[in-house]
Write a protein that binds this ligand. Structure first.
Ligand code: PEP
Ligand code: MN
Length: 337
């Protein structure tokens, strides 16, 4: 249930209504926008009588929220959320341009890529240190050594870093060194891991599971938010379909749909969606055209010899050209960056 307060409500009015909700054993989530204040009621609201609140002179209206997700619900927070990642704003018109290799391989490799993508317009650097590989015999990532390399490159280039966590065991070290902590597609429903993310306040990049519905995906965001961390950014990265030509199928409908369901920013990863480097440009442009709040693109200085995902990685000069094309689309739609 949400309680919409009348314009120009005082703090005293808000406190009074919040107290009334809490007395009935429920929790509240207050969002004060420029236009209005909304009090979200969290818990079992089925026994709450809307009339109890409608009689309050400062209450405009009371609405029941049918959806099982509350904190992530657009109804709870009508304005777009803007997430701050080490000074880089994402959402509400601010674009995240995340680029970098699939996996950290060496300091030289990450540094060279970071410098070039930064010059091309990237504002965040990605690099996997812990890799969720299908085969146990494939390169598993450099682990903690990889995180150290990312930290060094951040110090040299100033680019905040994005990296995937796979186990709560490393939460402290990720909290210390990573600016945007990625939950990969395979862990989207690792509920224990999601709950642990509430122990920290670092922004989380939640990728869509390989076969997750919109509801399942948003409920995973709700898990993180309900455990105390509301800094969540969604990432569409393609889903499994019957098509085998491409690695996955990019679901562009997810962008307008999730924006309607939720206030959270949503970005697109065209690299893992198509699995082919030449599909990145057209899909990135389409993602921006459908309203994505950013792009995560894999870039490698030597894709032919990459330890992971070389076939979908752009060379640095191609990334530069792709960013220029993306900017044209964004400008044509009145959302220049
Ligand atoms: C990645 O970003 O490197 C990755 C493994 O992505 P996903 O979880 O979407 O497969
Ligand atoms: Mn990858």
């Amino acid at each position: 249930m949400i309680i919409v307060m009348k314009p120009r409500t005082t703090q005293e009015d808000i406190d009074r209504v919040v107290e009334k909700v809490k007395k009935r054993g429920l929790d509240t989530h207050v969002v004060s926008g420029d236009e209005m204040t909304i009090i979200g009621c969290i818990g079992d609201t089925s026994k709450l009588d809307p009339k109890l609140f409608e009689v309050d002179p400062s209450v405009e209206k009371v609405m029941h929220v049918q959806e099982p997700y509350k904190l992530a619900n657009r109804a709870f927070h009508p304005e777009d959320s803007i997430i701050d990642v080490a000074g880089v704003k994402i959402g509400g018109g601010h674009m995240a341009m995340i680029a970098g290799p699939c996996s950290v391989e060496s300091t030289e490799q990450v540094l060279e890529i970071a410098k070039s993508v930064k010059a091309s317009g990237a504002n965040l650097l990605r690099g996997g240190a812990f890799k969720p590989r299908t085969s146990p015999y494939a390169f598993q990532g450099m682990g903690l050594e990889g995180l150290k390399i990312l930290t060094e490159v951040k110090a040299e280039t100033g680019l905040p870093i994005v990296s995937e966590i796979m186990s709560p065991e490393y939460l402290d070290v990720f909290n210390e060194s990573v600016d945007l902590i990625q939950i990969g597609a395979r862990n989207m429903q690792n509920f224990d891991l999601l709950k642990h993310l509430g122990d920290i306040n670092k922004p989380i990049l939640l990728k869509r599971g390989l076969n997750a519905t919109y509801d399942e995906w948003i409920m995973s965001a709700e898990y993180i938010m309900a455990s105390g961390n509301e800094n969540v950014i969604l990432c569409e990265r393609g889903i499994r379909t019957f098509e085998t030509y491409t690695r996955n199928t990019l679901d562009l409908q997810a962008i307008p749909v999730l924006k309607r369901m939720s206030h959270l920013p949503i970005i697109v990863d065209p690299s893992h969606a198509g699995g082919k480097w030449w599909l990145v440009e057209p899909m990135a442009k389409a993602a921006v055209a459908t309203g994505a709040d950013g792009l995560m693109i894999e870039v490698h200085n030597d894709p032919e010899n990459a330890l992971c995902d070389g076939a979908q990685s752009l060379k640095p000069h191609t990334y530069h050209e792709v960013v220029e094309e993306i900017k044209k689309v964004a400008a044509a739609l009145g959302r220049p960056f």
